[in-house]
Design a protein around this ligand. Sequence first.
Ligand SMILES: Cc1ncc(COP(=O)(O)O)c(C=O)c1O
Length: 385
Amino acid sequence: MPDAASSTPSLPEPFEELTLDELRTRTSIKWTMYEPDVLPLWVAEMDAMPAPAVVEAITDALRRGDVGYPSMGTSYADALAGVAARRWGWELDVSATQTVADVLTGVFASITLLTEPGDAVLVPSPVYPPLHEFTRQMGREVVPVPLTAEGRLDLGEIEAALAHPRAKVLLLCSPHNPTGTVHTAEELRAVADLAEGHDVEVIVDEIHGLLVPRGTTFTPWLTVVDTGLVVTSASKAFNLAGLKAAVIVGGEGSREKVEALPHSLAYGVSHIGAIGHRAAWQHGDAWIDAVNANIVSNSAFLAELLAARIPAIGYRPVQSTYLAWLDCTALGLGEDPSVAFLERGRVALNAGPTFGPGGEGHVRINIAASRATLTEAVGRMASVL
Ligand SMILES: Cc1ncc(COP(=O)(O)O)c(C=O)c1O
């Protein structure tokens, strides 16, 4: 991980720009789920303004009345291809893509295509809750696959799970939410070989791909193999979750699978959303660099705060993303420490057990916030103990 102080001396700090009063005027789920005295550091929304290029593109579209149905062409995938080539050296083939409303819709359309009800979907866990909850609701068996103690993919556990008689899909989160682990090319290659050996398809959720700081390498799945389905969007990295658009991408070996997806999926894309996402991918490099640098410095700041106020919490500073995974098992707050933090500390964090096996005794905290907010949050957590 790069050193926060030396790598980013002059970048702006997007999480320091807004006051709590300004943020509390927002009406999204982060700011409306709990009572006003609760400090919200849960759902993956950043306390930042959007990239200026996004604001300009959407404002311009509104001024011109460009608010019709989504385009059915490849312009969304073209914008992804641009940023993928620039930042990761990934030359993706836009002719093997399918736009969708959002990443979850894309993941579940892919699972629907590749599995039957009753089939098993293997999910390295703990993981972003909808990936296992919604898969189960689709009538598929979810087989959680433990991560290593360091939060990495465990190849031995994956191999054992692949032996499940109805294993059809391995669902990867890359980078991994909630641990922030960035899978290496070697790990992904080994997973691909194992899955291929068991005739299991791989679906990869790469929505956090751009939330990796300079100096740490994000490896797109389709630069390692040409099979599997990748689902991604600009929504997470550019904090545009309310602007619905995403894309499913296949390689040469999975082109037929992409073509077999219902083309009507494209109808779920918000045209104005896609305009915003495209602007982000095309012109948002400086903004995302500043966000990533601010995440790195906030991660170090959180580590200092915890060491000073609640040293019994286990925290490994994040490699990527702004979601920090805190091991609170030593605090004696039971399976779900978020309950005490919310009820007695008035700070909203994500409940570890909702992330599946391995989440017990943990909470997830969103560090895309100002240092003042992080300080207040840790103070409130400490007050519970
Ligand atoms: C790993 C992961 N996948 C998907 C999503 C949701 O993406 P979307 O809003 O595009 O469905 C999130 C949101 O935080 C996420 O962390």
